[in-house]
Design a protein around this ligand. Structure first.
Ligand code: HEM
Ligand code: HEM
Length: 183
């Protein structure tokens, strides 16, 4: 269940990959919804986007609680230059900040626009123009920041795994498949 100095534990690994899949689905559904002009089609996508956003918020709160109270992260990968260790850590922290910011601004958009009663209360549409509401700006900006973090983070993981050949992704997978990164 818990992590060791060289390997993330089952709970951390499960939350990591569930969150990653959900966030990719959120980026896809969010950009799709924003590009739509037909209110009914946009409604259908947002009826998926909004509840999944709540799931990500819960997963992230659980993850923060897990690191705060229960588990300790593995040691940083040994042999990396200090700037890489620092950048990796900064990206992890920024992920948490951006996820929480996306959840807050998303809830803000729905609350300010009153779209909740159309999406979940059976009220007739059309949906409001979300761009008129203040939290919509930060939500769009956060989405682009998330894409940038994702590219840097996944790129670094793939670089470690396949180019440096240190089996880093095994640290964030089930069982003890890790081949030495961080040991
Ligand atoms: C949006 C999607 C993703 C998010 C939000 C995310 C977030 C994080 C965070 C916050 C950590 C630090 C551990 C923690 O706090 O639980 C982490 C570690 C890690 N992630 Fe991701 N991740 C994502 C996608 C990916 C992908 C696609 C890969 C692989 C290509 C990946 C590979 C890893 C690895 C290998 C680690 C462990 C790094 C180490 O050994 O210190 N992640 N991720
Ligand atoms: C990690 C969490 C989330 C991610 C990654 C995400 C992603 C996105 C993206 C990529 C967009 C389109 C942005 C653009 O084109 O400028 C968007 C729009 C939107 N999101 Fe989210 N979102 C998240 C959470 C939420 C939550 C929790 C809610 C509601 C409670 C929400 C409600 C909305 C709404 C109403 C729009 C506007 C759609 C439109 O303008 O037509 N989002 N989201």
């Amino acid at each position: 269940m818990k992590s060791t100095p060289t390997q993330y534990g089952t709970v951390a690994v499960t939350i990591h990959w569930l969150s990653a899949i959900c966030i990719l689905a959120m980026l896809g559904s969010g950009f799709r919804a924003a590009s739509m002009t037909d209110s009914a089609a946009k409604e259908a996508i947002l009826m998926f986007h909004v509840p999944l956003g709540a799931v990500i918020l819960l997963l992230t709160l659980l993850r923060l609680f897990w690191w705060w109270r229960v588990d300790q992260k593995p040691k940083p990968v040994s042999g990396d230059p200090a700037w890489q260790t620092f950048t990796a850590k900064a990206i992890h922290v920024l992920f948490y900040v951006v996820i929480l910011g996306m959840a807050a601004s998303g809830i803000g958009i729905v609350a300010a626009s009153g779209a909740g009663s159309i999406l979940f209360g059976g009220e007739a549409g059309p949906l409001p123009d979300f761009s008129e509401f203040l939290p919509r700006g930060p939500h769009g900006l956060g989405a682009r920041l998330m894409l940038a973090l994702f590219a840097l983070h996944a790129g670094a993981a793939l670089y470690h795994h396949f180019i440096k050949g240190d089996g880093l992704i095994g640290r964030m997978w089930f069982g003890s498949k890790n081949t030495g990164a961080g040991s």
